[in-house]
Design a protein around this ligand. Sequence first.
Ligand SMILES: *Cc1c(COP(=O)(O)O)cnc(C)c1O
Length: 452
Amino acid sequence: MKFISTRGQSPAVSFSEAVAIGLAPDGGLYLPESLPDLSPRLNAWRNLSYADLCAEFLSVFATDIPEDELSRLVRRSYATFTHPEIAPLRRLDERTAVLELWHGPTLAFKDFALQLLGNLYGWQCARSGRSINVLGATSGDTGAAAIHGLLGKPRTAIFILYPDGRVSPLQERQMACTGAANVHALAIDGSFDDAQRLLKEAFGDRAFALQRNLAAVNSINLARVLAQCVYYLSAWLRLTEEERERVEFVVPTGNFGNVFAGWLLGRMGVPIPGFKVATNRNDILHRFFTTGEYRIGAVQPSLAPSMDIQVASNFERLLYCLLDEDPARTQAAMTELRFRGSYRVPNFDLGAFSSSAANDADITANIRRVHERFDYVVDPHTACAFQTLNPDRFSLVLSTAHPAKFPDALRAAIGLEPTHPTLEELKTRPIAKHLLPADLGALRDFIAKHGV
Ligand SMILES: *Cc1c(COP(=O)(O)O)cnc(C)c1O
């Protein structure tokens, strides 16, 4: 199978190439050239373990990786999860269930994609004999998940930039207490924007980026989308006939990577009737699904920080599908968005989507309500998904993080601070971070000294 860019100006590439490249050279995002029809295979997939299901699903796309190799990489990726079902489904009542996506090493759903991506990078390095230095900037969860994806992998090093003193103490510990020699938590003297600017400068220095074989951590890698399709598939396979007819996946959304994966699976012959895009107060996507107009505003901090996003980096993939898979129209839409700050989809049809938005007061109220009603504790991101559940649907809420990651919000809402053994253990370890000025020369020196 080949993968094409949403902007149509780059050649089609194999799965491994798309994973290694990340962002297509024309600035577009990779998607399968044509989508497979999975419907004839669904019955046979019903009783597979999560890892076997994932290997079967990915083998449809990763046709350039030998099947036994792929199966080994997938197995290794999900062996780090602590629940035997990997993505357990918890029924709260006859029309509400939660898909728990936080049993991975950093207790957030990003582990599903980044454990796999780390193993794919490791495999590519081992096969080619090359090394890579992975570089990312984070204000929260992605950095920790990327670090845990590459932890201890030969021929790789990872450098995560974050604003010193401006990520939560637990998030910092998840990055800076791994004890792994190839992991470098770089606390930048400045804001998140400074860290991001520094990252851009490092990749902009083409000679340096090439010489050091720099690779980016970002939310648009094709492997992330495909890895995320699998938990929707696994959940759908476990529903009853009656639940399948009414199901609406309710997805806490920021960069639109998670919910897009589910929707894409729906286009592969898995009949899923509904997706609800649940945002926090940064409601650009809620406004889009209400009006058909995508209008960029200013990012506002919220209790669900991993969803504090205005320009959703995976949105271009949806746009491409909505614009009849026409790369020229997609390119024109992205240009209009960049220059005017807004774009309206002509003849917009919601299709399977609905949406909601939750401000901080809603998040607190939802945590409290879910706790009282179901005796179940959700984190602030998952709480956004409980904003409005459609009583005519079977609501399948994706729980994207463990509540123990957000002790302050939980204490304020229900007077309890949930704990998790992984986080308790982290608190006993020394913090190994490197303070760095927001300066390209200093970053280059650091990578030259500590990179592979
Ligand atoms: C990243 C993240 C989200 C948002 O997911 P997107 O794929 O960016 O839409 C939601 N919840 C948590 C906990 C996250 O870490």
